[in-house]
Design a protein around this ligand. Structure first.
Ligand SMILES: [Fe+2]
Ligand SMILES: [Fe+2]
Length: 140
């Protein structure tokens, strides 16, 4: 198991939930949209917490870089979380247009964000911290 394999799989799982939520909203299937969004929100926050509380501090300690890639990733996490936090209200108001727009904004940034993590940060972490994947795997 590598950090890259473990965390990239979490990205793919969240991509699928985004798609379920988007399709349910397009169909006007509110119970399905709420359930898919609930799962997505929970899984994405758990993924972000794992990165911010375990992966990034280990990277920062190994490289001495605290204003580098992890600082950028944290800013992007904050931006996505602030938008995701507005979606439950749109769901409650049955406002599919607003919810779909917010979801699309988050999905667009998340795709770029995940690409940077998968192409640069995760391979770098696997190289620097070969033992970390096992610990993350046990707590994921
Ligand atoms: Fe991230
Ligand atoms: Fe990630």
């Amino acid at each position: 198991m590598t950090i890259h394999a473990l965390l990239s799989q979490q990205h793919r799982d969240c991509d699928l939930l985004f798609e379920h939520c988007r399709l349910a909203l397009q169909d006007g299937d509110w119970p399905a949209a709420e359930s898919a969004f609930g799962q997505l929100h929970q899984d994405l926050i758990a993924h972000i917490m794992l990165e911010e509380q375990q992966l990034f501090p280990a990277f920062e300690q190994a490289t001495g870089q605290v204003q580098g890639p992890t600082a950028v990733m944290r800013l992007e996490h904050d931006w996505m979380q602030s938008r995701l936090a507005r979606i439950p209200e749109q769901l409650q108001q049955r406002d599919a247009t607003a919810a779909l727009a917010l979801l699309a904004d988050v999905a667009e940034l998340l795709a770029q964000h995940n690409r940077k993590e998968e192409r640069v940060l995760y391979p770098w972490c696997d190289h620097l911290l070969p033992e970390l994947a096992t610990r993350l795997g046990a707590s994921a």
